[in-house]
Design a protein. Structure first.
Length: 143
């Protein structure tokens, strides 16, 4: 009996490193699988953000010149009243209104005050400096 215990005690130093190695491999697998799952989620979120940004750029004209908005805050005004004329452009180098309005420049969202004396159609001309142009019109009714 004492001899059996002595043999099993001699085997403990041989089994212990194997058990430690198995435990270390299991812990490494757990850490790797969690890291891998987190990395997969992080990559999916990044891809989703890239796709959303691409759609935003496309909605706002992409890489080409585009007038995205031209409107007045009121459809009709009385003579002597003012109205806000709002415009938005993307990828424009120059913007000019006809009839001329002072203080306009390329902007994604800008409003200027106008006070026409009679019904007037405003034409927004935008260009990108590379030979591309866009044009839009809006009319302010004066009663």
């Amino acid at each position: 009996m004492a001899e059996g215990k002595a043999n099993s005690l001699r085997r403990v130093p041989l089994i212990m490193p194997v058990l430690i190695l198995i435990a270390a491999l299991y812990a490494a697998w757990v850490f790797y699988s969690r890291w891998s799952a987190t990395d997969k989620v992080r990559r999916a979120v990044a891809a989703s953000e890239v796709e959303r940004a691409r759609k935003d750029v496309e909605l706002n004209g992409g890489a080409r010149l585009k007038i995205t908005a031209l409107y007045v805050t009121q459809g009709a005004i009385r003579k002597g009243q003012a109205v806000q004329l709002c415009y938005g452009v993307v990828n424009a180098k120059n913007v000019v209104f006809s009839p001329f309005i002072e203080g306009v420049w390329p902007s994604m969202n800008r409003c200027v005050e106008v006070s026409p004396q009679r019904t007037t159609t405003y034409t927004l001309n935008a260009d990108d400096g590379a030979g591309h142009a866009d044009q839009a019109q809006v009319t302010v009714q004066v009663r």
